[in-house]
Structure formats: structure tokens, C-alpha cells
Design a protein around this ligand. Structure first.
Ligand code: FBP
Length: 557
């Protein structure tokens, strides 16, 4: 098979581990802290997770560990959207297992959680893994978004675990997939089945984080890929001086990706969904603010610019959010609706089900956007925001508003706009050195958690702004990150999503500069990810991680 020169070179890269994991495995011991509480709704969660609620934090330290050299059989699942570094999590887990005992086995479930339910698995061998080390993608075993939620699915998962003789299942996923991991751990305990469940924090969206999970893997690589592309577009805009580029960026809910890209590239305008929600800014006002910048730049003769739009923003604009919540509830149980194919029929079916305000908003939207809002939800009940072309909606609205402003003599410039969407471009890039090391460490930590007999934990590697050997590895109880939320028309236990903190360092750093970026051309060109070369270029962490680290250090001072 042909492989690129970079792929060949990356096979030989040796990921770095925290010092606590670099010693011989029998020298890695686990220190357990005090019992923990969930993020909110403690009473509800204590009742729902009778066997796994409130476990202590685990930290790996130097010490004797006799249990660790057992022969283990483990199954691994890649769940949800691709994120750079997934192959390295599997590599770290595999290498850990084999260091523990060469007779240990690792099965990979095919196509995500459904592989566990249906017992579709392959044994991952050293030889097979060699072709995937330090590469992007999830293609070694594939991924999927099946949600393990019914009693039949839980029972089938247990049956698979028994058939394969599994000691543990590792679920590599985001907040929804790790919610599944928590439910599965609880189910196995309830059934008295000795099958442990460990999660690993994956998602380019960067919204699976808290005091113990500093970042989800894949974020570093994805934002650097998008920032390179945005920087290239900025340079083109500044050369041609004739286009406004509206760039929508992935990130289903939180705006971490968009915020980090703004810090790396200094565009003219960047919308942060969390701010829109907190200030109750309407769609009309967003367009007004964009047009104000376009006008001021036109007055300086600069009829070009760059606008960053988080894909999740539609769910944060108050009137759109109300519409989406109503649609989610109405569409959750309706088979009748799924049979309707034309937009006219769909809207007339919804006429008596939606509130008058939501109905009139839906009817006022361009047909393409209305159609996108009515598309199928994902298995977790989420609207598929990556398919809603918000950048086009904003371009259309800005065009109309600028035409009015021109008529009124307030605007004298020219407005030619181009829309872009960057999402899939970043999800399978070769992991940066940071993600290659981080993912390998997360996989290795998952092995130590399993070998230490723990279940219901998320593998955790902290102190990420320091060099890898100073990282702190361990595990965080999954129930510690949970709360109750309204999903699919009812209250469900879920891992709490970390949205952009408007009082946090990253947002404040952006807010301090944005007024000047809105008028002057202040573009920054980060360039392509570098895998080889000076550490100040190759090992640079994200600005989000650096600024959040400064916040945490100040909190502890
Ligand atoms: P995960 O949360 O599963 O990691 O997925 C993240 C993501 O890339 C979002 O940014 C995006 O909205 C979504 O996946 C798109 O998924 P799909 O390609 O399955 O529609």
C-alpha cells in the first residue's frame, strides 16, 4: 500500500508518557482520594448510580503494584465523531496491556458501541497497530453514534463481554459516549458482572473538561488545522481585498473551537454562542453588529474581512433555541412526521404543535435553513448543527441589511461574501505531537485503571501545559461529572458539557482585543502544524489551555 512520506516518518515517532507511567508497570501504584459528589443533582444521581456513585479520585504514583501484571482481556470502542489521536489511545492501551502481561488481549469493537451490542469485534494485534501509530482517523476499527440505553442493549453488551471473556471495556468518546460508559459500568455492577468500564475524553469540540480533565483529545490538532486554513484565507482576503469570508467552524454546542481559532488568527468578527445566550442577543442584533464592522471597515476603504461563526450558535440565539427545543420535543416520538417529505407539509403538520412565535420564526427562515432544522436528530437527541448552514443565513441577512443601509446613505462600500465550513478537514489530521503524546498517555492510563481493578472512571492526564514527563495521570469518577438534563422530552443523567466561561481567561483575552480587530486588519497567520523542528513551534499548546492554566494558578494563589 502507498503511504505518504509523513505517514512513514510518523510511524517511528515515540510518544512521550508522564514520568509516573514511564517506569516498569509493577512500580505504578494508585493513590485514592476522598469520596466525590456529582456536579449537580446529587440526590437523583445517587439513586440512579447506586453502585458507582461517589467513587474517589485516582492518581498514579510511584509504588509497588503486584496486581498489575495480570493477564487481561479488554475490549475498546471508538465512539462518536472522529478526533485526531484515537489510534494512539488504542496504542497506549495495547502497549500497557502487553507490558502488564504478554498474554493480555485487546479486542476492537467495529463501528462504535453497536459493535459491543452485536459482538462485532476483531483482535487488535501488534502488527495491525503498526500501520496506525501516530496517524489520524478512527479507521482501525471505525466509530459510530449508537446509544446504549435500552435494557436489551445493556443485556446484549453483557452477553458480548461474557462471550469474549472481557475483564473491561474502554469507551473512547465525548460527553454523550462517556454518559453511556457510566450507565454501562453501573449496569455491570448491578448484575454482579466483573466487567470494568473506563472512558477516555475525546472530542474536537473541547467541551468535555473540568478541573481534572483539562482538555479532550483532538482539540489541539483540530484547532491548529482550522487556524492554518483561516490564516490562509485572511492572507488571501488581505491580498485580493474584495471578499468578506464567513467561516463556520465545527463545535456542536460550545464555542471553544471558534474562540481558540479567533485567538490564533485575530479575525474581524467572531461570534461566541455562550455570550449570545447570556446577553439574549437576537439574530437581528447579531447581523446589526456584523454590519457595523463592515461599514466601519468600508469607511477605511477595506471592503474585505473575516467572520468566524460557531456551528452551534443557532441553539444559543434565544428565539432559535426556543424553536429548536420545541422541535426536539415534538419530533422525538413522531413517526408520522418522518413520512412527510415536503417542507410545506412539514410546516403545516407543525402548525398546531409549535408556539405562535416559533411557528412564525420557522416560516420566516430561508427554506434551506428551515429544512436543515427539521432534519433527523442524532441518536442522542441532538439537532445536527453541522448540517445547518448558518454562515449562509448570516450572509443573506447581512446583504439585505447593507442594501437598506446603502439606501439610507449610511453605507458606501461594496459587499461580496463567500461562505465556508471547516469541520471534517480537522477531525482526522495527523495528531500534533501534543495529541500524539496525550492520547498515548490516556490509553496507557486506562490500562493502569483497569489493572488496578477500578470501574466507572474517565482516564485523566493533567498539568498539560508542562512538558509531558511532568503530566499527572490518574482517573476521575464518571459520576463526578454528571448532572440531570432535559433530553428527548424527559430528564436524563448526563455528563455536564463545559461551555465557554465568559469570566475565563480565553474569553477575556478575546474580548479585550475584538473591538480593534473589528475595524483594523490585525490578522495572524499561524501556518501549518509542525511535527519536526524547534519545540517552541512543535510543542506549542493551545492558547485556551495556556490561559485556563493561568486562571487555575491564580485561583490557587
Ligand atoms: P463528538 O462530540 O462525538 O466528538 O463529535 C463532534 C463533532 O465533530 C461536532 O463538532 C459535530 O457537530 C459533529 O461531530 C458532527 O458529527 P457527524 O459527522 O456525525 O454529523
Amino acid at each position: 500500500m502507498d503511504i505518504s512520506a509523513l505517514q512513514k516518518a510518523r510511524y517511528t515517532y515515540k510518544p512521550k508518557l508522564p514520568a509516573s507511567l514511564s517506569r516498569t508497570v509493577t512500580g505504578i501504584s494508585v493513590e485514592l482520594g476522598k469520596p466525590t459528589e456529582s456536579a449537580a443533582n446529587q440526590e437523583d444521581l445517587r439513586n440512579l448510580f447506586k453502585h458507582s456513585y461517589g467513587k474517589p479520585l485516582a492518581t498514579f504514583v510511584q509504588g509497588k503494584n503486584d496486581k498489575i501484571s495480570r493477564s487481561l482481556t479488554v475490549g475498546v470502542i471508538l465512539s462518536g465523531g472522529q478526533a485526531p489521536g484515537g489510534h494512539n489511545v488504542i496504542a497506549g492501551l495495547f502497549d500497557g496491556l502487553k507490558k502488564g502481561s504478554p498474554s493480555s488481549k485487546l479486542y476492537g469493537f467495529l463501528g462504535g458501541p453497536s459493535g459491543l451490542i452485536e459482538n462485532k469485534a476483531v483482535e487488535i494485534t501488534g502488527e495491525m497497530l503498526e500501520a496506525y501509530r501516530n496517524t489520524g482517523g478512527f479507521d482501525i476499527i471505525g466509530s459510530g453514534r449508537t446509544k446504549i440505553e435500552s435494557q436489551e442493549q445493556f443485556a446484549a453488551s453483557l452477553q458480548t463481554a461474557r462471550t469474549l471473556g472481557l475483564d473491561a471495556v474502554v469507551i473512547i468518546g465525548g460527553d454523550d459516549s462517556n454518559t453511556n460508559a457510566a450507565l454501562l459500568a453501573e449496569y455491570f455492577l448491578d448484575q454482579g458482572a466483573p466487567v470494568q468500564v473506563i472512558g477516555c475524553p475525546k472530542t474536537i469540540d473541547g467541551d468535555l473538561k473540568n478541573n481534572y480533565i483539562e482538555a479532550s483529545f483532538g482539540f489541539d490538532t483540530a484547532v491548529k488545522t482550522y487556524s492554518e486554513l483561516i490564516g490562509n484565507i485572511e492572507r488571501d482576503a488581505n491580498s485580493a481585498k474584495k471578499y468578506w469570508h464567513f467561516i463556520r467552524l465545527m463545535g456542536r454546542s460550545a464555542s471553544h473551537i471558534t474562540l481558540e481559532c479567533a485567538l490564533q488568527t485575530q479575525p474581524n468578527i467572531c461570534i461566541i454562542s455562550e455570550e449570545i445566550a447570556s446577553k439574549g442577543i437576537s439574530l437581528g442584533l447579531i447581523v446589526e453588529q456584523i454590519c457595523a464592522s463592515i461599514c466601519r471597515r468600508a469607511d477605511r476603504g477595506e471592503n474585505f474581512g473575516v467572520v468566524l461563526v460557531p456551528e452551534g450558535v443557532v441553539e444559543f440565539i434565544p428565539e432559535m433555541k426556543k424553536l429548536i427545543v420545541e422541535l426536539n420535543d415534538v419530533l422525538a416520538e413522531e413517526e408520522e412526521f418522518a413520512k412527510l417529505t415536503s417542507l410545506i407539509d412539514q410546516i403545516s403538520w407543525l402548525r398546531i404543535k409549535l408556539s405562535p412565535e416559533s411557528l412564525s420564526l420557522l416560516e420566516s427562515l430561508p427554506p434551506d435553513i428551515a429544512r436543515e432544522l427539521l432534519m433527523d436528530r442524532d441518536p442522542h437527541g441532538n439537532v445536527q448543527v453541522s448540517r445547518i448552514e448558518t454562515e449562509k443565513l448570516l450572509v443573506g441577512m447581512a446583504e439585505r441589511r447593507l442594501a437598506e443601509m446603502k439606501k439610507a446613505g449610511i453605507y458606501k462600500g461594496k459587499f461580496n461574501a463567500l461562505g465556508h465550513f471547516f469541520g471534517y478537514e480537522g477531525r482526522c489530521a495527523f495528531p500534533t505531537n501534543f495529541d500524539a503524546n496525550y492520547c498515548y498517555s490516556l490509553g496507557f492510563s486506562a490500562f493502569v485503571l483497569i489493572a488496578s481493578g477500578l470501574t466507572g472512571y474517565l482516564s485523566s492526564v493533567r498539568n498539560l501545559t508542562a512538558p509531558a514527563d511532568q503530566w499527572i495521570a490518574g482517573g476521575v469518577p464518571l459520576t463526578m461529572m454528571m448532572n440531570m438534563e432535559h433530553r428527548h422530552g424527559s430528564k436524563k443523567p448526563v455528563i455536564k458539557k463545559a461551555l465557554v466561561d465568559l469570566n475565563g481567561g480565553p474569553f477575556k483575552a478575546f474580548a479585550a482585543k475584538r473591538d480593534s480587530w473589528a475595524v483594523t486588519t490585525s490578522f495572524l497567520f499561524p501556518g501549518a502544524i509542525q511535527y519536526y523542528g524547534p519545540p517552541e513551534v512543535c510543542d506549542l499548546t493551545t492558547k485556551t489551555l495556556q490561559l485556563e492554566h493561568i486562571d487555575k494558578t491564580a485561583d490557587h494563589a
